[in-house]
Design a protein around this ligand. Sequence first.
Ligand code: HEC
Length: 146
Amino acid sequence: MIVRLALAAAVVAAAATTVVAQSDPIAARKAIMKTTGQQTAIGAKMIKGEEPFDLNKAKAIFAEYQDAAAKMPGLFPDSAKSGGESTASPKIWESNADFKARFAKLSEDAKAASASVKDLDSFKAAFGNVTKNCGGCHETYRIKKS
Ligand code: HEC
């Protein structure tokens, strides 16, 4: 019963996310990337020693990256090229296959990272490798707002 209720709640939450994504894909994609940024900040703190290394947190970071990589490609319809303080570059729609492939790569790298992380040293290597995907995409596919 408890499992059923939890499942029902999860389905409702997922449905709500889908509704938001359809009505406001810009807000939805910004919210996902914001969460990705927050997860990345936790990883950076663990590497700097500002937070103790925690294997569960490390795995959660890589899981969130995979989740974001799965959801993001569907949030760039032609109707959402600008507005809503978006920093999305028009290049996303010009080189859409490459843009989407980069999310697939983020997901693959995050999956490999999750499998390889055991301790702080392996986390440093895995995290460094996965987060190359962030700047790599942003450099090409985000416009800089002054
Ligand atoms: C394949 C491309 C791609 C990858 C990979 C990617 N991002 Fe992004 N990111 C974007 C785009 C496009 C935007 C701008 C979205 C908008 O404003 O409409 C963005 C926006 C952001 C933002 C700003 C969100 C806001 O509040 O508006 C943050 C933070 C961010 N990304 C963090 C990350 C981190 C951290 C990673 C790596 C773990 C990452 N991103 C990987 C494409 C990418």
